[in-house]
Design a protein around this ligand. Structure first.
Ligand code: NAD
Length: 458
């Protein structure tokens, strides 16, 4: 196979051919990156890199409409969400351009006979394997800090979302990122595997499912290559009886339906104090039922799922939950009259904390509810899945907010909110099956550089 078709999830029709890279092509791309990294002295000056990354941000803005339309066509997401992804993309390049010439080493006091200091060095060639749900935004989130710290980057997008990362690499060249520093290789899983196994690759970032993450972690262990592992989640919104439901409901709904539930950070569990269970679930059901569904180009609240397989997988999980005694309070079906792979926003209750649907990512707009009695039970339930990516706590009690935020095992906890636009500045990553390492924020500059200590005897 030297190429494959990419499909518009709103219609199920193919709209472009994508190249499937061969093993030899992967080798050639890594060799080009290694040569660029070794040979470009000027690029080692932080403010030179900062200048080019700022130019990338401006060029992304100039091509914003084209990027957003392409992202919507390729992934099915509502056009306003694709536009927000483009804004975040430019923001990543601006943020790391602004940060990298302030990213300093330290001097360590050892007394009058020594001078000791640390420097931050790039790894070399960084391979970045990314998923289909936010192809442009995740490419930017991984590539921008890696470029800022001086690495050469090879991005392997998902076979289901290859289009915009290719344009990003084109934009980088136009904006003055030297040739070889940002390349994209397209294809299926084996292309990613060839990249991870390539001896020229010095650092790997994997963003995707826990199952593939394990395979990539094994491959990296074999070569002892450092790895950033950003995986999935089953993130809870924990709602106490004193929460402001007027404020909470639209935020919990958005945390679910963003990208039709196909976000690693989607808020897919709602844990509610027994005293307000009926009221909250009723409000959520009403709000979910009122969301519009349609093609991303029409900017409905929810677009289609990425593929027929993804829709069938979500339906299978719903069927098993219902067979196990859960009930659907709203949604659960394909909306009538749509051609693509749509699923209504769905609220499921009564599955129980042992159920598959409570523990595993559906990767569709399915919210699972469970009630609790007391703070300790809420924390137990929040921590009861194999994942730990994001959580939110809803309460008017400031002491409880901090206690629960401290006790939840997750990489990111929001209080009386869920996500902030882009979240570019905030360190992001998981615990347990949600992975390890931290991207975004200044944390990513640490991830994409390594410390060298130099000790000089005077
Ligand atoms: P996936 O694991 O199926 O694929 C991810 C990438 O890995 C793709 O590019 C794929 O081609 C590649 N790949 C497949 N097999 C490989 C192998 N053996 N070696 C190397 N690469 C290989 O994930 P997906 O279905 O594309 O994305 C959905 C998942 O991504 C969800 O679990 C979601 O939660 C997660 N995700 C996590 C984050 C985060 O930051 N934590 C962000 C977005 C998505």
């Amino acid at each position: 196979m030297s190429s494959f078709e990419t499909i518009d999830p709103a219609t199920g029709a193919a709209f472009a051919e994508v190249h499937e890279a061969s093993a030899a092509e992967v080798d050639a791309v890594v060799a080009t990156a290694a040569e660029a990294f070794a040979g470009n002295r000027e690029w080692r000056v932080p403010h030179v890199r900062a200048g080019a990354l700022t130019a990338v941000a401006r060029r992304v803005e100039e091509r914003a409409a084209e990027l957003a339309e392409l992202e919507t066509r390729d992934t099915g997401k509502p056009i306003s969400q694709a536009r927000a992804d483009v804004v975040a993309t430019a923001r990543y390049f601006d943020y790391y351009a602004g940060a990298v010439d302030k990213f300093e080493g330290t001097s360590i006091p050892l007394g009058p006979d020594f001078v000791d200091y640390t420097v931050r060095e790039p790894h070399g060639v960084c391979a970045q394997i990314i998923p289909w749900n936010y192809p442009l935004q995740v490419a930017a989130r991984c590539a921008a800090p890696a470029l800022a710290t001086g690495n050469a980057v090879v991005v392997k997008p998902s076979e289901l979302g290859s289009m915009t990362p290719r344009v990003l690499a084109e934009i980088a060249l136009e904006a003055g990122v030297p040739e070889g520093f940002l390349q994209v290789v397209t294809g299926h899983g084996p292309v990613g595997a060839a990249l991870v196994d390539n001896p020229g690759v010095a650092h790997v970032t994997f963003v995707g499912s826990a199952a593939t993450g394990r395979v990539v972690a094994h491959a990296c262990a074999e070569r002892l290559v450092p790895l950033e592992l950003e995986l999935g989640g089953k993130s809870p919104s924990v709602v106490f009886a004193d929460a402001d439901l007027e404020r909470a409901v639209p935020v919990i709904v958005k945390a679910l339906i963003q990208n039709a539930g196909q976000s690693c950070s989607a808020g897919t569990r709602v844990l509610v104090a027994a005293a307000i269970e009926d009221e909250l679930l009723e409000r959520l059901a009403t709000a979910l039922a009122s969301q519009s569904i349609g093609p991303g180009s029409e900017d409905a609240d929810l677009g289609p799922l990425i593929s027929a397989a993804q829709l069938e997988r979500a339906e299978g999980m719903l069927e098993r939950a219902l067979a196990g005694g859960a009930r659907t309070l709203v949604g659960g079906a394909r909306p009538a009259g749509q051609e693509g792979w749509y699923l209504e926003p769905t609220l499921v209750a009564g599955a129980g904390p042992e159920a598959e649907i409570f523990n595993e990512e559906v990767f569709g707009p399915v919210l699972v509810a469970e009630s609790f009695a007391g703070e300790a039970a809420a924390i137990r339930l929040a921590n009861a899945t194999p994942y730990g990516l994001v959580a939110s706590v809803w309460t008017a009690d400031v002491g409880r907010a901090h206690r629960v935020a401290g006790a939840i095992e997750a990489g990111q906890v929001y209080v009386n909110s869920y996500g902030v636009a882009g979240g570019v500045e905030l360190p992001f990553g998981g615990v347990r099956n949600s992975g390890y390492g931290r991207g975004k924020g200044l944390a990513a500059l640490h991830a994409y550089s390594r410390v060298k200590n130099v000790c000089v005897a005077l």
